[in-house]
Design a binder for this molecule. Structure first.
Ligand code: ADP
Length: 455
């Protein structure tokens, strides 16, 4: 009520002024009534004029953009102006706060890995994030307020939106390419819809790979099992001579070994997938590995090929010994198995300029056609299935090699020409290659350092 006192004072001042003017009029004219009339009219008129001026000032401010303060009058008009201004400033602040919160909320949705799109009741696009725009091949600005079914014309999507049954997500080929989208719609507000999109291409691919893998494993195991049960049946029902029995037993043994190799390779793959990355400080002498591999390869070749498998590298590799052995041995045994008698097989080593190292297994065998090369490291992929099985192959060897190299930060590279032969290169990163002589120096330095620090 701070405005009341100035208001009373103003009224009092106007009344006093009116009274004095009335008294002066009465004194000069002698008409008492005229003096009273002039006094009242003047007092009230003065008050009205004052109100009109202040009211006009406040109205002018309200009509404007209210950037500056409201007129700072005393009394009722001043109080009114101040209250109106405060209410407006509070509202502006609340609107600004709301806008910031909305922007933060939208940028959080924008950062979502999933697509988010909002539709009004007539299916016009109200907002969409970049992922949704990419999934539906939309322009996130230009296509706002457009009807989505005019832009995304896939019949399955249009029918899904129109049917209004959103309990199950819709699986849709991505308009932009070979990918697949999962689309979920939720209704909110008054007929508005929230459309969520998720790119499930990778998930479908890995599910398909898993299914293929299980089917392949089952097939690979079932074949020798069928053969074995056939032989058992034969042994059981037919009166065989001792020679025939021995022959059947040899064949049964071959099938069992085939299954054993398959299970061993599967276990190796499972172990590779499940175990941590090889430590970078466990050093394995490459020459020692090559000696062991050469002995096995010589036995497998049985003198059918000229072999040069023991280069003196003087190098150590950082990693898991059994994995490195398995990777190199797979390449060397493949070379023996896929090289006709008389073909040459060689293992070469070289240090590259950047400190990395390259082990190459070279053969002059049958070679591999260009179109097969990118697929060789897929599980169970074989160029010639019967040749692979004949020689005890599982179709898993090169995928084991690739896996081992990836885990060691290296790479498997394949070059081959049909009829001329193949080169399988294993490239190890510099951090995992050192000269064995350096290791002795390094170990001595470490030892003398330790000895010094002991004293
Ligand atoms: P497998 O057990 O069948 O040998 P791998 O994964 O080791 O399986 O090899 C995949 C396929 O690559 C083989 O089936 C074979 O067709 C081909 N291959 C591998 N190494 C050689 C090579 N040195 N020369 C020719 N073909 C090869």
């Amino acid at each position: 009520m701070t405005w009341l006192l100035p208001r009373l004072l103003q009224a009092l001042a106007a009344a006093l002024f009116g009274f004095l003017l009335g008294a002066a009029v009465r004194g000069t004219t002698g008409f008492e009534g005229l003096g009273l009339g002039v006094g009242v009219v003047t007092g009230v008129g003065l008050l009205l004029l004052l109100d009109a001026v202040r009211g006009h000032r406040l109205l002018s401010w309200l009509r404007g953009n209210q950037q500056d303060n409201a007129p700072r009058d005393t009394g009722l008009w001043g109080e009114l102006g101040y209250r109106v201004e405060r209410a407006m400033r509070d509202r502006d602040r609340a609107v600004a706060r709301g806008r910031v919160e909305l922007e933060q909320f939208l940028s959080a949705i924008e950062a979502s890995p999933n697509g988010v799109l909002m539709l009004d009741a007539q299916e016009h696009i109200l907002w969409c994030n970049r992922v949704a725009a990419d999934h539906f091949a939309l322009d996130p600005k230009r296509d706002l307020q457009q009807r989505i079914t005019n832009l995304v014309r896939a019949p399955a999507f249009v029918a899904y939106l129109q049917a209004g049954r959103f309990a199950e997500p819709l699986v849709l080929g991505n308009g932009r390419g070979p990918g697949t989208l999962s689309i979920i719609v939720r209704e909110y507000g008054e007929g508005q819809r929230l459309v969520l999109t998720l790119d499930i291409t990778e998930r479908l691919r890995s599910e398909a790979m898993r299914r293929d893998f299980v089917a392949n494993v089952s097939h690979e195991i079932r074949t020798p099992l069928t053969v074995l049960s056939g032989f058992i049946e034969t042994l059981h029902t037919l009166p065989l001579t001792a020679v025939e029995r021995d022959r059947v037993l040899v064949l049964m043994n071959q099938q069992t070994q085939r299954m054993q190799t398959l299970v061993a390779d599967l276990l190796t793959l499972a172990q590779l997938e499940g175990s941590p990355r090889p430590a970078p400080d466990r050093w394995v002498a490459l020459d020692g590995l090559l000696l062991r591999i050469a002995a096995d390869a010589e036995a497998l070749s049985a003198g059918r090929h000229p072999l040069r498998l023991k280069p003196e590298t003087g190098v150590e590799l950082a990693g898991v010994e059994s994995e490195l052995l398995s990777a190199i041995a797979n390449l060397v045994t493949n070379a023996v198995r896929y090289t006709p008698d008389g073909g040459e097989i060689e293992v070469a080593w070289r240090l590259l300029e950047d400190g990395s190292g390259e082990l190459t297994v070279i053969d002059t065998g049958r070679g591999i056609a260009r179109e097969h090369i990118p697929r060789l490291t897929e599980r169970f992929y074989r160029v010639d299935g019967s040749r692979s099985r004949e020689t005890g192959g599982t179709g898993l060897g090169l995928s084991i090699v690739k896996h081992v190299m990836q885990r060691h930060g290296g790479e498997l590279m394949i070059e081959s020409e049909v009829g001329k032969g193949s080169r399988f290169r294993l490239v190890f990163p510099a951090a995992r290659v050192r000269l064995a002589s350096d290791s002795v120096l390094g170990d001595e330095a470490a030892f003398s350092g330790a000895a010094l620090s002991d004293h």
